[in-house]
Design a protein around this ligand. Structure first.
Ligand code: SER
Length: 341
């Protein structure tokens, strides 16, 4: 009795899940097994061979997956983002850390069954950085992977720890055992900046002001931006984010010099984003009404990231700069979305 070979996507109905499942479907190859705590939207469901509504903390559910499926790769996207995590820090820890541990255990177990390494793709975040004050942020400029690893949010702490957990499972799992793990987990993490999608709006993040501003303008709704005009962090268009994740997955292991990579595409201030939004949607009504607490979180994130390692090791090269993101990706797609012909 053969179990079904699949790639598992957790958090499948979230923002990245939408884009990733579409691309995985286009690429063909392994069937997609999608897991999310919420029911999947029909357009996502249609691209998946198997879908499960359930919780990554549910051990019975994960046990059932092992009996039914042969999992060769995992995209572990399920998480509570930075703002949402601050409302329920302990729950966030359970989901973000406990959930990741469960999935890593599942991946190890799977590798024992089929004897191949299970690729484990993990979206990490700029939230793992924690810069003490604005002057330091300005002086730091483009931050490298190993600097300022002192996050101030539960989400940042969780993701930073899970990067280490993934490294452990990949390289040192049960290192004192007589027999070395033969296949194991091939864990690869990508620290994403704020992601902007034309098709979905994020929920629960702190970089959400950018997509919220643009989507509000497209719907002719006023938007009060919760950070100052001069606030600057890196962003990327969603298709480039998905592309980067797939490219990192495809990279030969020998090419990788790190387990965790930065990536970014452009780093506009909130004011610059507002100016482009007004240009694209001339009726846009954007005001700035900083929420000091959320502002504090964004101020602790770098103004930009140094992604030289990703460019060098596996050819990271985002197709969309800020202008192209607006003019070729966001504006036409968002217009179509809200004002169908
Ligand atoms: N977009 C994420 C958040 O705001 C940061 O990676 O939480």
């Amino acid at each position: 009795m053969r179990r079904k070979p699949v790639v598992l996507v957790t958090g499948a109905s979230g923002e990245m899940g939408h884009g990733l499942i579409e691309r995985l479907g286009e690429r063909g190859g392994l069937d997609i097994l999608a897991l999310d705590i919420r029911e999947l939207p029909p357009e996502v469901k249609a691209r998946c061979a198997h879908t499960i509504t359930g919780d990554i903390l549910d051990q019975f559910l994960l046990g059932r997956l092992v009996s039914e499926f042969e999992i060769h790769a995992v995209f572990h996207l399920a998480a509570l983002l930075s703002t949402r995590s601050e409302f329920t820090p302990e729950t966030a820890h359970q989901v973000n850390v406990g959930g990741t541990l469960n999935l890593l255990k599942l991946a190890i177990e799977q590798s024992r069954w089929h004897g191949q390494r299970v690729k484990f793709m993990f979206p990490s975040t700029i939230a793992i950085y924690g810069i003490p004050d604005r002057a330091t942020k300005e002086a730091a400029g483009r931050v490298r992977e190993d600097a300022f690893l002192t996050p101030s949010t539960m989400y940042g702490c969780n993701k930073l720890y899970c990067e280490s957990l993934g490294r452990y499972f990949s390289r040192h799992y049960r290192q004192l055992a007589v027999e070395k793990e033969r296949a194991g987990v091939d864990f690869r993490a990508l620290r994403f900046p704020g992601l902007i999608s034309a098709f979905t709006v994020p929920s629960g993040g702190t970089s959400d002001y950018a997509p919220e501003m643009i989507h509000a303008a497209a719907q002719d709704q006023p938007y009060a931006c919760f950070v100052r005009e001069d606030t600057r962090i890196p962003f990327m268009a969603m298709p480039d984010g998905i592309d980067a994740l797939l490219k990192l997955m495809d990279a030969p292991a020998e090419a990788l010099t790190r387990v965790v990579y930065n990536c970014g595409a452009f780093a506009p201030s909130a004011g610059e984003l507002a100016a482009l939004t007004r240009e694209a949607f001339p009726g846009a009504r954007i005001t700035f009404e900083p929420d000091l607490k959320r502002q504090g979180i964004v101020d602790s994130w770098p103004a930009d990231v140094d992604d030289a390692a990703a460019r060098r090791d596996w050819g990271f090269a985002p197709a969309y700069d800020l202008e192209l993101t607006f003019h070729e990706y966001l504006v036409p797609n968002i217009r179509r979305r809200y004002k169908p012909a």
